[in-house]
Design a protein around this ligand. Structure first.
Ligand SMILES: C[S@@+](CC[C@H](N)C(=O)[O-])C[C@H]1O[C@@H](n2cnc3c(N)ncnc32)[C@H](O)[C@@H]1O
Length: 162
């Protein structure tokens, strides 16, 4: 994930749809210079995240709710969205695009519809890499890298038009 994100020293990384914050915490540990904003729309998830942070002691993770998002407009250098892309509607994708700084990038990692999996959502609930790519392009993102993993795909995107 870090290789795809490629954040500069001291950068802010928004973990959109952080859930309990497992990935934000893991990245914050490996890169204590980064500022992780761990955002989720569910208050229950943010409570679990805060409980994890109380025991994990990673000071560079900041929990955030969906209402905090407007303060970040056009300022976020790196966004990661893990296992959540298939849940996001057009308005949310537009909001993510608006959050990105001009030279920013967003990394979408999600379950793939291309493979039979013993875990994750059913295949007809998620995208193939090609579908996800096309969907992002229609929403104003330009894809700059893609990867396939055994059960997931990853797309690295930037704003198509500045
Ligand atoms: C399947 S979980 C993935 C959690 C985490 N990224 C992971 O991979 O472990 C998806 C999370 O995204 C959150 N989510 C979905 N849509 C969201 C939105 N529009 N804004 C903020 N969070 C959202 C859900 O509340 C949920 O916690």
């Amino acid at each position: 994930m870090l290789a795809l994100l490629d954040p500069s020293v001291g950068a802010t990384v928004l973990d959109f749809g952080t859930g309990t914050g497992a990935y934000a915490i893991a990245i914050a540990r490996v890169r204590p210079d980064l500022h992780l904003i761990a955002l989720d729309e569910q208050p229950e998830m943010l409570e679990l995240l805060r409980a994890n942070l109380a025991t994990e002691r990673v000071p560079n993770v900041e929990p955030a709710s969906s209402t905090d998002i407007s303060a970040l407009r056009s300022s976020v250098p790196r966004i990661m969205a893990i296992n959540v892309f298939h849940e996001l509607g057009d308005a949310v994708l537009h909001a993510l695009l608006e959050l990105l700084a001009s030279n920013g990038r967003a990394v979408f990692v999600d379950w793939s519809a291309e493979v039979e999996r013993p875990v994750g959502p059913p295949r007809d609930h998620v995208y193939t890499l090609t579908e996800a790519r096309s969907h992002l392009e229609k929403k104003g993102f330009e894809i700059i890298a893609e990867r396939r993993f055994p059960y997931h795909y990853a797309l690295v995107a930037k704003r198509a038009h500045l």
